[in-house]
Design a protein around this ligand. Structure first.
Ligand code: SF4
Ligand code: SF4
Length: 410
């Protein structure tokens, strides 16, 4: 609707990350920043309505859940502390800390620019975009349960948990509960609603997306989505010490606790995500989607044919890509520091191991070999770069330079 009415120039990228990459970093108020400010403000009043009713990732996961249901596949909802920790790590590591750090070091000028960056600026292209939706919208639901992405990965959800904890409207207990657990069974984000409303008289879990499935599905009409003045809101210490959730016999089979393996699960997810993030044009969402699914596959004791062989393949895949990522990082850092002799082996390793051919690395290698006086290797890499992109000027310039250089000088 936005593009049809205003075209793609009037209003720029309406993306959550704009708040971090444009507003926090440079002080630019653009369409994405305004969206986030509105989402934050409305969450303070109504809870995470944005997540429950407006998010496209949420919609795709619901579609996935619906399709799986039609296919009679009912994934269990995973109970893990990572639902709190992991989205927070992603939010702080990629969006808050680097941009705040930059803002403290550089002058920060408040400005308004609603039409920049351009509307599709952050979309990664149709292939990576479609794979991201496939992994974070469909596969993650199959492996980690309904709204697996929202619960385990979404940094925007983590950001909105802060105002959600103070929200004035919440799901509250307003009638007699018979502990049928219908509310818990149907909560899309895996909250033990019955446990919460019977212990704290309201849903305190900040993952609640105000979807109201629990209030409308309660056979006793025991739940309401109700306003309370925040000054009169009771905060009980025990609400931070939730124990024995998901244990009632009515629901225990629908949930699977992996809390005893949380540490190893977190380690595998973080290392795996680091290893592939940024490679093949992949963004954080897709990289961490792949790594969390892989991590879960490894820690899951389900007996499957060839399970150990598959685990070994997964680990080797991540080690291989981790080595590529490390080599690129070291190669580029040493290049920036003009330590060409040390940079060359890293970039050579990266080009050898990385299945995707990147012309830039060959251009850098060619440049460094020229500086080292190794003409043969300089020509070799310039030719590869030219083959990758025949219209690129840089390898042609390098080949010309090599031709005109005094061979004794070399
Ligand atoms: S659905 Fe209603 S009656 Fe059943 S456990 Fe939930 S609040 Fe209680
Ligand atoms: S079902 Fe209820 S507790 Fe669960 S997300 Fe929706 S409103 Fe919140």
């Amino acid at each position: 609707m936005h593009v049809v009415y205003w075209g793609s120039d009037t209003v720029g990228s309406v993306d959550f990350q704009e708040f971090f990459h444009s507003f926090i970093k440079y002080g630019i108020i653009n369409a994405g920043s305004i969206l986030v400010l509105i989402a934050f403000g409305t969450t303070l009043i109504f809870g995470r309505f944005f997540c429950g009713w407006a998010c496209h990732f949420g919609a795709i996961q619901e579609l996935s859940w619906w399709i799986l249901d039609k296919l009679k596949i009912q994934p269990k909802t995973i109970d893990s502390k990572l639902v709190t920790i992991l989205p927070l790590i992603i939010l702080l590591n990629f969006y808050v800390i680097p941009n705040l750090f930059y803002a403290f070091k550089q002058p920060w000028n408040l400005s308004i620019s609603v039409n920049s960056p351009e509307i599709w600026a952050f979309l990664p292209g149709w292939l990576i975009g479609s794979l991201t939706f496939l992994i974070d919208g469909f596969l993650i639901v199959y492996f980690l349960g309904r709204k697996g992405f929202c619960r385990f990965l979404c940094p925007w959800g983590a950001f909105l948990k802060v105002p959600n904890s103070l929200a004035m409207f919440k799901v509250r207990k307003t009638g007699n509960c018979t502990e049928c657990h219908e509310c818990t069974t149907h909560c899309p984000v895996g909250i033990d609603v019955s446990y919460e409303i019977n212990n704290y008289q309201k849903v305190t879990n900040t993952n609640c997306t105000a979807c109201l499935m629990c209030t409308s599905g309660c056979p006793e009409n025991a739940l309401s989505y109700k306003f309370t003045n925040p000054l009169n809101e009771k905060i009980q210490f025990k609400q931070f010490m939730k124990q024995n959730q998901f244990s009632h016999e009515n629901i225990s089979k629908k949930f699977k606790s992996i809390r005893s393996k949380d540490f190893i699960f977190l380690t595998l997810t973080l290392l795996g995500g680091y290893a592939i993030d940024g490679l093949y044009g992949m963004g954080h969402f897709m990289a961490y989607g792949i790594s969390i699914i892989s991590g879960y596959f490894i820690i899951n004791e389900k007996k499957l044919p060839l399970k150990s062989a598959l685990n070994t393949i997964i680990v080797c895949f991540f080690l291989w890509h981790g080595l590529i990522k490390f080599s690129i990082h070291q190669g580029l850092t040493l290049y920036e520091q003009k330590e060409y002799k040390n940079s060359i082996p890293h970039l050579e390793r990266a080009t050898l191991l990385y299945p995707k051919s990147i012309g830039r690395y060959h251009i850098l290698l060619s440049e460094m070999y020229i500086k080292q006086g190794n003409v043969k290797s300089a020509i070799y890499h310039a030719n590869i770069a030219l083959k990758i992109n025949p219209t690129h000027k840089a390898p042609k310039i390098l080949l010309e330079k090599i031709k005109t250089m005094d061979k004794f000088q070399l």
